[in-house]
Design a protein around this ligand. Structure first.
Ligand code: SAM
Length: 218
């Protein structure tokens, strides 16, 4: 596992990832705070974050850097988004979440992290946030919806040319009865119509029957 080599803000200890804490002393969920070389890091749980699971499973494409701008679709309370916020410390994350209850927790996370902007919006209606969201380097989508590839395509209006899209596909959200492999094949075919596919990473054993797909805007 080469995750430590993808970002200097990621530290690996005993096969567990950590990100440099943007807000020292503050936790976002139940993560541990650890100190290494005078720097505080937050443990990054692959059972709670598909991006950490992807890295532990060999994800090589990792364009998240200090200044990166990200449109995050399905931010929930901000668990994964907060680790991206640690890494993209001078960038900006537009965090879209449509559940008002969950968005309340997201707002709390964003209050402490000045590079995270919460948007209580439906990702299937990108026109409702077009006045706020700028062109971004990366779209990260984790919404578990049956038409999630189509939703991603609609949001690609915000993605810079050659920008990266990360999509977490949950096979049961698309077709509960079908074999995950056939669901993934169909979704990747759809994604290929608007993305140049770079990587496909199964997220087992951290998330069963999930696939992370990374593509670039053509
Ligand atoms: C699996 S959770 C996301 C977990 C989060 N990405 C993380 O790793 O911390 C999926 C989230 O997507 C949200 N969601 C689903 N459909 C959505 C939509 N159309 N627009 C915005 N949010 C949506 C759900 O309310 C839920 O909070």
């Amino acid at each position: 596992m080469k995750a430590h080599s993808v970002s200097s803000d990621i530290f690996v200890e005993e096969d567990w990832l950590h990100t440099r804490n943007l807000v020292p002393g503050e936790r976002v969920y139940t993560e541990k705070l650890v100190e290494e070389g005078g720097v505080e890091y937050r443990s990054w749980n692959p059972y709670k974050s598909k991006l950490a699971a992807g890295l532990l499973n060999g994800l090589q494409t990792f364009p998240f850097g200090v200044d990166t701008t990200v449109l995050y679709l399905g931010a929930a309370s901000g668990t994964t988004a907060s680790h991206i916020s640690d890494i993209c410390s001078k960038g900006l994350l537009f965090c879209v979440e449509f559940s008002p209850r969950t968005a309340r927790e997201l707002v709390y996370t964003c209050e402490k992290r000045k590079n995270m902007l919460p948007l209580l919006k439906d990702a299937s209606q990108p026109e409702t946030y077009a006045d706020v969201v700028t062109q971004v380097d990366i779209i990260y989508q984790d919404i578990a919806q049956p038409n999630q590839s189509e939703i991603l395509e609609r949001n690609c209006v915000f993605l810079k040319e050659k920008g990266y899209a990360f999509i977490c596909i949950k096979s049961r959200s698309i077709d509960v009865a079908a074999e995950p492999a056939s669901v993934f094949k169909k979704e990747v075919k759809l994604l290929r119509t608007f993305l140049d596919i770079q990587e496909r990473i199964p997220l087992d054993p951290y998330e069963r029957d999930h696939l992370m797909v990374v593509g670039r805007r053509m």
